[in-house]
Design a protein around this ligand. Structure first.
Ligand code: NAP
Length: 302
């Protein structure tokens, strides 16, 4: 597994990260299998694990903590998020300084860590970057509870705002074959020294008509999520079915290799609930996307 520097944080991360989110974190998915996936990721050289206080109805973060228990976490970048929280089946938001500090303290307990390597604001609005919040975040760093701060948003204006603020060293953006329009934003972030994490590098699995491939209840859940909340990925992803028929790599590997062609990206954070998919995703590290495949992707992006 190859590693890349995470901007100017001084941290190195595996170029493929593990997304501890979605079905992986849900109680309906076996804890034994979920833990096995994390251990396989560790054994495969993954050093970046991405989760969030609100992921999987609030269940993903404590599950990741249980999976990492007893493991050497000193070289890992466990990244979590604050500002959103699970409220029953809904997601609540609170970017007040007190709520963010309480969330970070809860994350430390959930993850069994003494310090969070990376705390990201999870989808803040522009007017939520208050001086009081920035002071509270600086306080978390001063207490040694957080090493680096980041912002995760799918709103380019929010990422651009974070790029202009010295407090935030990392940004997580939605970047995949369906999102070439993120490339200038990623270039600006990297030029400002920010570490860039690509969330959704597999476009939630929708590159290539995955939504129709139902083999287990989890697949129904992913398909329903796509049809209800991510129709753009489902619609646009269908154009990239050819990635599943390449001679030397699978569709997921091609999707990850596309993201990693961009040297401004430190890590592609991919989620999975299947060991064979994890093995495939980890093997994408170091794969070279053939020039003709890149050209074919560009044609479909135009
Ligand atoms: N902050 C946010 O709002 C936000 C939003 C989205 C994502 N993220 C971050 O980004 C991470 C990754 O997002 P994601 O796009 O990977 O979505 P995801 O929600 O984790 O879903 C991944 C999908 O791709 C499938 N998949 C994974 N590997 C595969 C393979 N090798 N072949 C075929 N299918 C495969 C998975 O199915 P199987 O389980 O069957 O492998 C699943 O359906 C998340 O886990 C999270 O950490 C953040």
């Amino acid at each position: 597994m190859l590693r890349r520097p995470l901007g100017r944080t001084g941290l190195q991360v595996s170029e493929i990260g593990f997304g501890a989110a979605s079905w992986w974190g849900k109680p309906q998915f076996s804890e034994t299998e979920a833990v096995r996936l994390v251990h396989a990721a560790l054994d495969g050289g993954v050093t970046l694990f991405d989760t969030g206080a609100s992921y999987s109805g609030g269940q993903a973060e404590p599950r990741l903590g249980r999976a990492l228990k007893g493991r050497d976490t000193s070289n890992l970048v466990v990244a979590t998020k604050a500002g959103t929280f699970a409220r029953g089946r809904r997601i609540g938001r609170d970017f007040s300084p007190a709520a963010i500090v309480a969330s970070a303290e809860r994350s430390l307990r959930n993850l069994g860590l003494e310090s969070l390597p990376l705390l990201q604001l999870h989808g803040p609005a522009l007017d939520e970057f208050t001086d009081d919040l920035r002071d509270a975040l600086a306080g978390l760093k001063a207490r040694g509870l957080v090493r680096a701060l980041g912002v995760n948003s799918f709103d380019p204006a929010v990422i651009d705002h974070a790029i202009g603020l010295a407090d935030f060293e990392v940004v997580m953006v939605d970047y995949n074959v369906l999102r070439p329009e993120r490339e200038p934003l990623i270039a600006r972030a990297a030029a400002a020294g920010k570490g860039v994490l690509a969330g959704m590098p597999l476009a939630m699995g929708h590159t290539g008509g995955r939504v129709a491939n139902i083999q287990a209840p989890r697949d129904l859940w992913y398909a329903a999520r796509g049809l209800l909340r991510h129709r753009r990925e489902v619609r646009d992803g269908a154009r990239f079915g050819f990635l599943n028929h390449l001679p030397r790599m699978t569709g997921a590997q091609a999707a990850l290799a596309y993201v990693l062609v961009n040297r401004d990206v430190a890590c592609a954070v991919a989620g999975t609930t299947r060991l064979r998919h994890l093995a495939e995703n980890l093997a994408a590290s170091g794969m070279v996307l053939p020039a003709e495949t890149l050209a074919a992707i560009r044609v479909r992006q135009a």
